[in-house]
Design a protein around this ligand. Sequence first.
Ligand SMILES: O=C(O)CCC(=O)C(=O)O
Ligand SMILES: [Fe+2]
Length: 231
Amino acid sequence: MSESDTKKPKSKFAPNADQARLRSLGAKVRKRLAGNSAVYKVPSDEVELWAMGDFMTAAECQKMIELIDATAKPSRVSGLDYSDGYRTSYSGDVDPTDPFVKKIGRRVDDLLGVDPKFGESIQGQRYMPGQEFQPHHDWFHPDTSYWETEMGRGGQRSFTTMAFLNEVEAGGTTDFTDIGLSLEPKPGVLLIWNNATPEGLTNSRTMHAGRPVQAGAKYIFTKWYRAKEWF
Ligand SMILES: O=C(O)CCC(=O)C(=O)O
Ligand SMILES: [Fe+2]
């Protein structure tokens, strides 16, 4: 028995408990996106990442921005406080019962071809100058306080979808720090990435950050998908 075994109660979930699910979901989404000529595959051998322009119209971006302004509160990262400076943006779930929010959610579900039940609620996020989201993975790490809860309510995060809603005056890029990729916010663009490898293992190279906004504001929404039905 190693020392760490004695410190933490044993989890019900193995570190790669959802490997088979993540592998088959990856194959399904990869195939679907490859068949969509409006989707661009960002070249990388390390992270499966796609971008789609004009996912949202200018009017839809504006409407989403208004909903975000109405709901955003200081962001929380599981296990961390706003005061830690790790994620200093404002965020909040936009009303999942709102017909407009439902429509956008369905559009993402349909683009990926994933069971809508696997999708989390759409989360809006606003960054003002100096605000950022430091490098992190969207997938859950086994060695955390939230592992047991999150793995028990939908399993591992499979895909991330993230839409840029406005032009940022300066700063606010989304950087994939391990693979040296920096993406400028462009309104209406949706990014999609697989948090797992094609084999279904959590991919450490998906490390990414929302860099500090230097001027203006940055609005995005994020919709994450799980390996199983989320609730
Ligand atoms: O703001 C960004 O560019 C990144 C946001 C992000 O990583 C997240 O919401 O998980
Ligand atoms: Fe993220």
